[in-house]
Design a protein around this ligand. Structure first.
Ligand SMILES: [Zn+2]
Length: 83
C-alpha cells in the first residue's frame, strides 16, 4: 500500500477536543484551515485546528532511542587544604 495518505486530527481550536480523525492524501493535506467546527465541549462553533495524527508517537519513538543515563546525585567535591 502506498504511503501517500496521512491521518489528520480535527480538533477544537479552543479546548483541543479531538473531534475526528480523517484520512487525506498528502497532496491535499491542509493543516491550516479557516473552517469552523462544532465542539461538544464548548457547545459552540470554534475555529478548527488540525494536526497530523501519529506525530506524537513518532516523537515518542525517537526519544526512546536516546540512551538514558541514571542520575547518581550531585557530584562530591573534595577539597584539600593541605596539611
Ligand atoms: Zn472546544
Amino acid at each position: 500500500m502506498p504511503i501517500d495518505q496521512v491521518s489528520v486530527v480535527r480538533m477544537c481550536g479552543a479546548c483541543r477536543f479531538e473531534i475526528e480523525v480523517i484520512t487525506v492524501k498528502k497532496d491535499n493535506m491542509r493543516l491550516f484551515v479557516d473552517d469552523k467546527v462544532w465542539c461538544e465541549i464548548c457547545q459552540s462553533e470554534q475555529p478548527e485546528v488540525r494536526d497530523v495524527a501519529g506525530r506524537l508517537e513518532t516523537i515518542r519513538t525517537e526519544q526512546a532511542n536516546y540512551p538514558v543515563s541514571p542520575t547518581s546525585g550531585p557530584p562530591v567535591l573534595t577539597r584539600n587544604d593541605g596539611g
